[in-house]
Design a protein around this ligand. Structure first.
Ligand code: FNR
Length: 187
């Protein structure tokens, strides 16, 4: 059976360049991968007041993560960290205590920004959070994609051959990583 990947996009913006990047990654991914987006934009702001009675949006997020073999974070950098909505979603998924959805769930991180360091600081922040959440992470390759106008279309067509090759190799490495992790931690 194919491996399923839940894609978490860190931006809520209509014309998000990270959503475009996610589409580009799906286009060049190995055929054994099957993708589903896990939406984060409908979640209330998390508080542990909800723990006793999780609302449907929070439960749906946890169910969606439980239903995939791996998660792929495609995120912008906002003020040198991850956007608030993404942190909010991670907090939702990590609770109630003892039911952390990311525990032993393999993950990878990538992102794009017009800035020269291509979301590197946000990704480093996200890696700290995922470490605490006990998610085995792909350490290499890293994906710091500096966005230039037209680098890829909203549908995920990549206009630059070097970028296309890099993203293809990134997804091949991700597939090998997930395969390795799932031999140790079966589905
Ligand atoms: C940004 N941007 C940005 N870029 C960056 O490289 N480092 C940063 O710290 C920030 N900080 C930041 C804060 C806020 C509140 C906004 C709205 C933007 C610019 C950002 O990379 C750009 O808007 C991208 O288009 C964001 O990606 P999405 O949302 O289009 O996927």
């Amino acid at each position: 059976p194919p491996y399923t990947v839940g894609v978490l996009i860190g931006s809520l913006a209509t014309n998000s360049i990270n959503r475009s990047l996610a589409n580009a990654l799906i286009r060049v991914a190995p055929f054994e991968f099957e993708f589903v987006e896990i939406p984060i934009g409908n979640l209330p702001l998390y508080s542990y007041d909800y723990d006793a009675n999780y609302p449907p949006e929070g439960q749906a997020l946890k169910d969606a993560i439980a239903g995939v073999d791996s998660v792929l974070f495609v995120t912008p950098e906002y003020n040198r960290s991850i956007p608030g909505p993404l942190k909010n979603a991670i907090d939702w998924a990590s609770r109630p205590w003892g039911t952390n959805s990311f525990a032993r769930k393999p993950s990878a991180v990538i992102g794009t920004s017009p800035g020269a360091i291509g979301t590197a600081v946000a990704q480093q922040n996200l890696r700290s959070v995922l470490s605490f959440c006990d998610s085995p992470q792909m350490n290499f390759p890293e994906g710091y994609i500096q966005y230039k106008d037209g680098l890829f279309t909203a549908e995920g067509d990549i206009t630059d051959a070097g970028t296309e090759q890099f993203l293809r190799e990134f997804m091949q490495s991700y597939f090998q990583f997930v395969t390795r992790v799932l031999t140790v931690i079966p589905r």
